[in-house]
Design a protein around this ligand. Structure first.
Ligand code: GRF
Length: 217
């Protein structure tokens, strides 16, 4: 079976990109990365891509007067590379409505909270300030509104007494690195459909029990 061709957009560290690179290294993984695009020339993720022999492009948003002309060049680079699904992995730019509509249900993002809670760039600070006992991460299809769109997969992660933003971010990041390749696998295998702006996955293999924090026993 042909592998789903991924274009990955990054702005920085690229640890989620690395999780995808590692997953794609397995012969039976149903996707491959054809291009990594960074809007920042100093993104560490570019080195990760190059080390894995993946094509990279730097498209600096600072060279563009408006969002849509930047988005048009990103779109052209992805199409030239033959990308079929776009994965945002720590990409710190909002995409224009034009771009999102060019790729209907073909853009996914990973966000470090249980959406729709704690949108934006300070999810962990919001979780700590609010006192939630469970937070986590979400993989979702992208809409032009920030951190919105049909939810494909979530992982719940406990918030522990004494957590700092850093300790919580590290715990959530471990879950992100599991979720992103798993969600992409589900999409690549045709196991996710979007109906009424909700993503449906019919595997039904989640244990039907609640998660408790603190423990209920
Ligand atoms: C991750 O926490 C991701 O959920 C968020 O930005 C961070 C990117 O980290 N969107 P990395 O660049 O993948 O290491």
């Amino acid at each position: 079976m042909d592998k789903l061709k991924l274009g990955v957009l990054i702005s920085g560290r690229g640890s989620n990109l690395q999780a995808l690179i590692d997953a794609c290294a397995a012969a039976d993984y149903p996707a491959e990365i054809v291009l990594v695009v960074s809007n920042r020339p100093d993104a560490m993720g570019l080195e990760r891509a190059q080390a894995a022999g993946i094509a990279t492009r730097i498209i600096e948003h600072t060279n563009y007067g408006d969002r849509e002309s930047f988005d048009r060049d990103v779109d052209a680079a992805l199409r030239d590379a033959g990308a079929q699904l776009i994965c945002l992995a720590g990409f710190m730019r909002l995409l224009s409505r034009w771009f999102v509509e060019e790729w209907p249900d073909r853009i996914v993002n990973i966000h470090p909270s249980l959406l729709p809670a704690f949108k934006g760039t300070d999810s962990h600070a919001q979780a700590l300030a609010t006192g939630v006992k469970l937070t986590g991460c979400t993989v979702h299809f992208v809409r032009s509104e920030m951190d919105a769109g049909p939810i494909i997969m979530q992982a719940a992660v406990p918030v522990l007494p004494g957590d700092t933003e850093d300790s919580l971010a590290a715990r959530v990041l471990t879950a992100e690195h599991q979720c992103y390749p798993t969600a992409i696998r589900l999409i690549a295998e045709g196991r996710v459909t979007v109906e009424d702006n909700r993503a449906i996955n019919t595997d039904g293999n989640m244990a039907a029990r609640p998660l408790y924090n603190p423990p209920a026993d």
